[in-house]
Design a binder for this molecule. Structure first.
Ligand SMILES: Cc1cc2nc3c(=O)[nH]c(=O)nc-3n(C[C@H](O)[C@H](O)[C@H](O)COP(=O)(O)OP(=O)(O)OC[C@H]3O[C@@H](n4cnc5c(N)ncnc54)[C@H](O)[C@@H]3O)c2cc1C
Length: 464
């Protein structure tokens, strides 16, 4: 008995399952919903291809390309168009492109001359004292100034985490940024010096990483893994109970050597967990997941004045708009909209405005169209609409998140054979989740093989 139970068929669970199966270890994936892929969902309708959840994978780690290669999906992978390089932010109700060169930075009207001069001081600012955990907002104000926080980091954090820099911990939410200060004493210095180390680790920085999807959207990835796993994925099968036994774990009554939990952190305490040693895992229900709504809107090309010549636009909280941002989806990848049309994906809600995230379709559409009229010059109603609400979208690595991470370590130590992986532990991006699934499969593979070796040794001794 060396099978592994995997709870959750999001990209973390599916990656782990695929990797384990390739090692010859049998798996059963238990998925609560009726589909594999978790928050990844691509919808093809009326000639449009909409993503209701994530849109792109940033190719930051070698495990991502390796997974695509092992699945034989290289011919279906699509990198984003060079036309999608430009990124827009909003200042004084107008789109301004993010500068991409030192000269562009000096010329941009995104930051005032005073804010640009303030950046020059960054290499000379002392690191935060040891042991003091800072919010992203405090860290950025201290190192780069208020304007950089308001017009660059605030919208960026809204776009990545749907989060609020006043709550997120720089140490846990942006560990690489945090370590630049710790190791090099400066973000600017660290940016240059750190490039060498990334090269050694075969990693690519987020700003240089290529963005990818597939010919029929991101769902191609989980669907392909799901098809490979076949009957080993049990849909509509929420795990309600998990019990440790003398030689493994019982999951919904089935016996396994080990278990990997890849569902959201806040849902783990909803599972009845019986372990030999007492573990208070209830605090995980306090991990914050704000609501996010996505609206994918198709328009006739002539009904949008803006050229949509970029990745999209992020909206600083300080500006008088309701949306978090919008992606120019039909610029990013071909075949997202029929001839003569464009496709735009809008995000609303997040920690910034949970009441908006939790509103209804009519409110979301009204708020989005009101903002898009001003920002992108939208002059007519959409011809295509796809709406989704994630009531608990993305885990927030807020200040104090270390206590949750310590509890996760404690659970794994005190309940051997129960492993925790996913976006609540190893980083929130799709790339992070793929790496998380890959790494947990390595750990579980070793655990299962060691257990099997031990059992064989005991049997030999008994036979003697
Ligand atoms: C709206 C949105 C946009 C995003 N955009 C991007 C993007 O463009 N690029 C990017 O890199 N990242 C993006 N992200 C983040 C990224 O998509 C996620 O962090 C990642 O997909 C998480 O994968 P996961 O497998 O860890 O979790 P999930 O996808 O949440 O999967 C967990 C699965 O576990 C199942 N489950 C839960 N409890 C149980 C149970 N008791 N029993 C059985 N099954 C259970 C759930 O049904 C679910 O299918 C976005 C996220 C959201 C919500």
């Amino acid at each position: 008995m060396n099978s592994v139970a995997i709870i959750g068929a999001g990209i973390t669970g599916l990656t782990a399952a695929f990797k384990l199966q390739r090692k010859g270890i049998p798996v059963t994936v238990y998925e609560a919903s009726d589909h594999a892929g978790g928050v990844i969902r691509s919808i093809r309708r009326d000639g449009f291809l909409a993503e209701s959840g994530p849109n792109t994978i940033l190719e930051t780690a070698p495990e991502i390309g390796a997974l695509i290669r092992d699945l034989g999906l290289e011919h279906r992978r699509m990198y984003s168009s060079p036309r999608a390089e430009k990124r827009y932010l909003v200042r004084e109700r107008k789109l301004v492109s993010l500068p991409s060169s030192p000269m562009g930075f000096l010329r941009t009207r995104l930051f005032s001359p005073a804010a640009k001069l303030r950046l020059l001081r960054e290499p000379f600012i002392a690191p935060a004292p040891d042991g003091e955990e800072e919010t992203v907002a405090h860290f950025v104000q201290r190192r780069l100034g208020q304007e950089f926080l308001d017009y660059a980091i605030n919208p960026f954090v809204g776009g990545v985490y749907a989060g609020d820099p006043n709550h997120l911990s720089v140490k846990h939410a942006f560990p690489k940024l945090y370590s630049l200060e710790q190791r090099y004493g400066s973000l600017i210095k660290g940016q240059f010096l750190g490039a060498r180390e990334r090269k050694r680790r075969a990693e690519v920085s987020k700003q240089n990483a290529r963005k990818l999807s597939f010919d029929e959207g991101l769902q191609v990835l989980p669907q392909t893994i799901g098809d490979r796993l076949g009957e080993d994925v049990l849909l509509n099968s929420a795990v309600k109970s998990l019990a440790q036994t003398a030689d493994g774990w019982t999951v919904n009554g089935d016996h396994h050597a080990a278990v990997i939990y890849t569902g959201p952190a806040y849902r783990l305490p909803q599972i009845e967990l019986k372990t030999e040693r007492y573990i208070n895992y209830a605090p995980l229900s306090q991990v914050q997941y704000p609501p996010v709504a996505t609206l994918v809107l198709g328009f006739r090309r002539q009904d949008v004045r803006h050229p949509l010549d970029g990745f999209g636009v992020l909206v600083p909280e300080i500006e008088p708009f309701n949306i978090l941002g919008a992606l120019f989806s039909s610029t990013l990848f071909p075949n997202r909209a029929p001839e003569g049309h464009v496709l735009i994906t809008i995000y609303l809600g997040g920690t910034r405005a949970p009441h908006i995230g939790n509103s209804d379709f009519a409110t979301h559409l009204n708020l989005a169209l009101t903002d898009l009229r001003v920002l992108l010059g939208v002059t007519a109603e959409p011809t295509f609409v796809h709406h989704t609400v994630f009531r608990h979208a993305i885990p927030q690595y807020d200040v104090g998140y270390g206590r949750f991470k310590a509890l996760m370590d404690e659970i794994e130590t005190n309940a051997p054979g129960l492993f925790l992986a996913g976006n609540y532990r190893d980083g929130i991006s799709l790339g992070d989740s793929i790496v998380s699934g890959h790494k947990v499969a390595e750990r579980v593979g070793r655990f299962v093989n060691e257990r099997a070796g031990l059992a064989a040794a005991v049997q030999t001794l008994v036979a003697l």
